[in-house]
Design a protein around this ligand. Structure first.
Ligand code: ADE
Ligand code: ZN
Length: 340
């Protein structure tokens, strides 16, 4: 297919790209949740898959998180985490995601008595198999739950130190309202002392000031979501001037009622302001789709041209923590597709 016949959405779906914002627990599809629950002799608080699907009618971030933490209870063994990772990577590579940086929430699991070693062993096994089958590369980002205390984050970090070889960075997620980045300043100082980069969810439901705090106090190298930057021109200008990437999750923002419809999404405004925007799926099992579903939903709302999609694809690769030689190869492949 040449560019003459390739539509912008075909180009975007087929281009090599990186996913920089996906929570592995948010990729747990209802069929796998029930299969794991059966395997582990557990009952989920839903009659069947249909009842679980029907519960995905969210009014805000917290209404989603309540369901997300309930379903995560199905995950018990290293095999469960491996199966979950491999199922996500299968879907990602089918969408031409060549590299994925994947969040996990250890506190959700250790609080239920699942040891961190089990979680990491399983995630690593799934990543190894995904690399072997499809060549897809990954990074793992340990997220602190911001509704819990900084002491809890610091003790989680301490228990993660033996596994640092498997952990490429640290993040901050869960309920944003009333849990500002400044609450975790010491935890992120320790992250830096351990030689790992930090990222933070900020400006999803929280105000633009949380984006500034994440940059100034946590020294975040990327901002997850960050869409509310559009409400403060100084924050917007700063993101553009400093080349800070935003990991934007369009379907998530609509499903969590940050915007009433996709046509109301601020992604075009962020691009217009020169911000390094990337497109991501966040919790695809809960929000109606994976990478290319997000692309198709954006295209239906905004009808972007091929150069805009190429920019979004390049941004994702450039803002990733992939090896320089891999980045170079994927950027070249993207340019070749552009010229084909
Ligand atoms: N954990 C999983 N998805 C999240 C999101 N969109 N915001 C905050 N925490 C999350
Ligand atoms: Zn997220």
């Amino acid at each position: 297919m040449s560019l003459v016949t390739m539509s912008a959405v075909d180009f975007a779906c087929r281009m090599p790209k990186a996913e920089l914002h996906v929570h592995i627990e948010g990729t747990l599809e209802p069929d796998l949740a029930f299969a794991l629950a059966r395997r582990n002799g557990l009952t989920l608080p839903f009659r069947d898959e249909e009842a679980l699907r029907a519960a995905k009618n969210f009014t805000d971030l917290q209404s989603f998180l309540d369901l997300y933490y309930a379903c995560a209870d199905a995950l018990r063994t290293a095999e469960d985490f491996s199966d979950l990772m491999l199922a996500y990577l299968a879907r990602a590579q089918a969408d031409h995601v060549v590299h994925a940086e994947i969040f996990f929430d250890p506190q959700t699991h250790t609080a239920r008595g699942v040891p961190l070693a089990v979680v990491i062993e399983g995630l690593d096994a799934g990543r190894r198999e995904g690399k072997k089958r499809w060549g897809i590369t990954t990074r793992l980002i340990l997220c602190f739950l911001r509704h819990l205390s900084e002491e809890d984050a610091l003790s989680t970090l301490k228990s993660a130190e033996p596994f640092l070889a498997s952990i490429d960075g640290f993040g901050l997620d869960s309920s944003e309202r009333d849990h500002p980045p400044r609450k975790f300043e010491r935890a992120f100082a320790r992250v830096r002392a351990l030689g790992r980069p930090g990222v933070a969810h900020a400006g999803e439901e929280g105000p633009p000031a949380y984006i500034s705090e994440a940059l100034d106090l946590l020294k975040a190298v990327r901002i997850d979501h960050g869409v509310r930057a559009v409400e403060d021109p100084r924050v917007l200008r700063r993101l553009a001037a400093e080349g800070i990437a935003l990991t934007v999750c369009p379907l998530s923002n609509v499903r969590l009622c940050v915007y009433p419809t996709m046509a109301d999404h601020v992604l075009p405004q962020l691009l217009e302001a020169g911000v390094k925007v990337t497109v991501n799926s966040d919790d695809p099992a809960y929000f109606g789709g994976y990478m290319n579903d997000n692309i198709r939903a954006l295209q239906a709302a905004f009808d972007f041209d091929i150069p805009t999609w190429a920019l979004l694809g390049r941004n994702s690769i450039e803002a990733s923590w992939a090896a320089p030689a891999d980045k170079k190869r994927w950027l070249l492949a993207l340019e070749n597709l552009l010229r084909s």
